[in-house]
Write a protein that binds this ligand. Structure first.
Ligand SMILES: *[C@@H]1O[C@H](CO)[C@@H](O)[C@H](O)[C@H]1NC(C)=O
Ligand SMILES: *[C@@H]1O[C@H](CO)[C@@H](O)[C@H](O)[C@H]1NC(C)=O
Ligand SMILES: *[C@@H]1O[C@H](CO)[C@@H](O)[C@H](O)[C@H]1NC(C)=O
Ligand SMILES: *[C@@H]1O[C@H](CO)[C@@H](O)[C@H](O)[C@H]1NC(C)=O
Length: 427
């Protein structure tokens, strides 16, 4: 064979081997990609990547929890989860003395004296208060897990502005109830120290026990110190924008079941009472005015996502999806095939009518479908029960238990508290 042909043959062999290798390489790669895709699309096929909570050794459910309920942050929904958990596990819920209304005398600094004696010593606390570390530690048993929730400050401020428009003098002074007018010149309307001023300036910082008049622009160390204090006490800071993921972290922290954190959205405004999207310039102004809250939020949002990453992002997302599916099944079972949030006027079940802050703001709720009865009814009722009714109900029940009368408290037959009352912001 002439050398030229020999070389040609060798070259062909070479390229055949190369093609073979290439084909082999490609199929391996596609297999890997496929597997990788399965890993994120069908994570159930890879249970080892996502250890279930019940792995050995099983941890008992944690039973002592203090939830700092912040304002306009989906806190009512978290409170309802905790109330229902407490009832199912026969736990005592700390409730305010009636003279404090349904919150622990907010906006005053929390004091253990605000707690109704029939509800002490508590396992669970979840009503509005202004945080005071020493007083809470005096009340709650050692080992209590502290959690709270924050919300993006511009969205939160829009919500506060709408909800407290009639109560907060700083907001009442604004012409045409215009958020834009307020944010153009907040100093023109705001007076530090007046009644309910905390609803108009750094409400998160105030609720956490901080000084809402400090500005991180003049005093960066103050913000850093506040963050440090929050981190020392709270085992988890949830983020309202990532509510389901927050509940996944919460249930993991407390070793609760997924069923323990199912919920119906409570205390939400009707779309007509809500700004669809806050214009960017307005959001910037709201964050600048509430710079302390913005600093807190940005820090704890970053912390939150680091926690999600260390728990395994795919696992958390998978659990959040399972939670949403289970929650939809539950809502359908309770409130019919098309469970819809409806305005209070359309809710026939008195115990389910949410408190309305003013004629201008519609707070929505659920209703039981007519003819609904059976063992599910009570659980469904509690799932959608607004804060005012649920707090009164729990207080009555625990007072009775304190009086050694173990007769179960009727949920449906008792005359409900009047849901629509005069000025009582904070719920
Ligand atoms: C709660 O208390 C009731 C009545 O005392 C009892 O029947 C039930 O088993 C208790 N549940 C739990 C979870 O302890
Ligand atoms: C409430 O707590 C804040 C923050 O700790 C403190 O500065 C303030 O003096 C307290 N107010 C009262 C009335 O004790
Ligand atoms: C308030 O509304 C009126 C009528 O719509 C308008 O003329 C006026 O300019 C508004 N004022 C402010 C401060 O936006
Ligand atoms: C929260 O943090 C995440 C991760 O850094 C970021 O993508 C997201 O935009 C932040 N959310 C808000 C509302 O700022």
């Amino acid at each position: 064979m002439p050398p030229i042909l020999q070389r040609l043959q060798q070259a062909t062999k070479m390229s055949r081997r190369k093609i073979l290798l290439l084909v082999l390489g490609c199929s391996t790669l596609s297999l890997l990609i496929h597997q990788g895709a399965q890993l994120s699309w069908y994570p159930k096929l890879f249970p080892l990547s996502c250890p279930p909570l019940q792995d050995s050794p099983p941890r008992p459910k944690h039973m002592t929890v203090a939830f700092l309920k912040t304002h306009k942050t989906a806190g009512t929904t978290v409170q309802n989860i905790l109330f229902r958990f407490a009832e199912r596990h026969n736990l005592t819920v700390a409730l305010p003395h009636p003279s404090c209304e349904h919150q622990f005398c907010y906006p005053r600094n929390f004091s253990a004296h605000f707690v109704h004696p029939a509800t002490r010593p508590p396992h669970v606390l979840a009503s509005h208060l202004r945080f005071d570390r020493a007083e809470l530690q005096r009340l709650m048993p050692p080992g209590t897990v502290y959690v709270t929730i924050l919300r993006e400050p511009a969205a939160m401020f829009e919500s506060l502005f709408s909800y407290y428009n009639q109560y907060c003098p700083a907001f009442r002074r604004v012409p045409n109830a215009s958020l834009e007018a307020f944010l153009r010149a907040p100093e023109a309307y705001y007076r530090a120290g007046e009644h309910f001023a905390m609803f108009a300036h750094n409400t998160l910082a105030y609720d956490l026990g901080g000084d809402n008049e400090r500005s991180p622009r003049d005093d960066a160390a103050y913000l850093a110190g506040l963050i440090r204090q929050v981190e020392e006490v709270f085992s988890l800071v949830m983020i309202a924008e990532y509510f389901d993921e927050s509940l996944v972290l919460l249930r993991r922290l407390l070793a609760w079941d997924l069923d323990d954190v199912l919920y119906a959205r409570l205390n939400a405004r009707a779309a007509s009472s809500r700004l669809a999207a806050i214009p960017a310039a307005l959001a910037r102004a709201a964050r600048a005015w509430n710079a302390l809250d913005a600093g807190l939020y940005d820090h704890f949002n970053a912390t939150f996502w680091r926690r999600v990453a260390s728990a395994g992002r795919a696992c958390v997302e998978r659990e959040a999806r399972e939670l949403r599916e289970a929650r939809e099944r539950l809502l359908r079972r309770c409130f019919g095939d098309e469970p819809v949030l409806r305005p209070a006027a359309q809710i026939r079940t008195k115990q389910l009518q949410p408190w309305q802050p003013s004629r201008k703001v519609d707070i929505m709720g659920y209703d039981l479908p007519s003819g609904h009865a059976g063992p599910a009814t009570e659980a469904c009722l509690k799932l959608a029960m607004p804060e005012v009714q649920y707090s009164s109900y729990l207080l009555r029940k625990q007072k009775r238990r304190g009086g050694m009368r173990l007769r179960p408290e009727p949920v449906l037959d008792n005359p409900p508290p009047r849901p629509i009352r005069a000025l009582r912001p904070g719920h």
